[in-house]
Write a protein of this length. Structure first.
Length: 155
């Protein structure tokens, strides 16, 4: 799993439009890389909409936003259109990024065990180094945008 202080690889994945997403695309800016389980589920929609609603303020603070899930590019396109999301979503269908960041893990619901994405947010400095990790138990989906703004205020 990636830790605070680790350098993030340049190539992150392929976005909803089939374009390669590179850390160097955000040169000179910080990046909020957030991993979420599934497009159009209640928690993931609340989180994405909170980030959308605070996107301009995050940009003003020098932070861009990129979301990641194992959903398809088509699913991401629909999610973006339905909720007017202004940021890119990586379609990590081969699970390379979720595994590299250590957020692909065994989960349990109603006693059933399965593999899935742990909701986790990484804040990456303009130098490409992880400065903060917000784990699944700390993320408040409905107010994640405010949570990130408060965290960056303290930094």
């Amino acid at each position: 799993m990636m830790q605070i202080g680790d350098k993030v690889p340049d190539v992150l994945g392929i976005d909803q439009d089939g374009h390669e997403v590179r850390l160097s695309d955000y040169a000179g800016r910080g990046l909020i890389l957030y991993f979420y389980p599934k497009d159009n589920t209640s928690g993931c929609t609340a989180e994405a909409c909170s980030l959308r609603d605070h996107y301009a303020t995050l940009l003003d603070k020098g932070l861009d936003v990129v979301g990641v899930s194992v959903d398809s590019a088509k699913s991401h396109q629909n999610f973006i259109a339905k909720h007017t999301l202004p940021f890119r979503l990586i379609a990590d269908t081969d699970k390379q990024l979720v595994e590299a960041f250590g957020v692909w893990a065994e989960k349990s619901m109603y006693g059933r065990k399965y593999m899935g994405t742990l909701r986790t947010t990484f804040i990456i400095s303009p130098e490409g180094v992880i400065t903060h990790i917000i784990g699944p138990k700390q993320i408040k989906t409905k107010t994640h945008g405010e949570q990130l703004l408060a965290l960056t205020e303290q930094a």
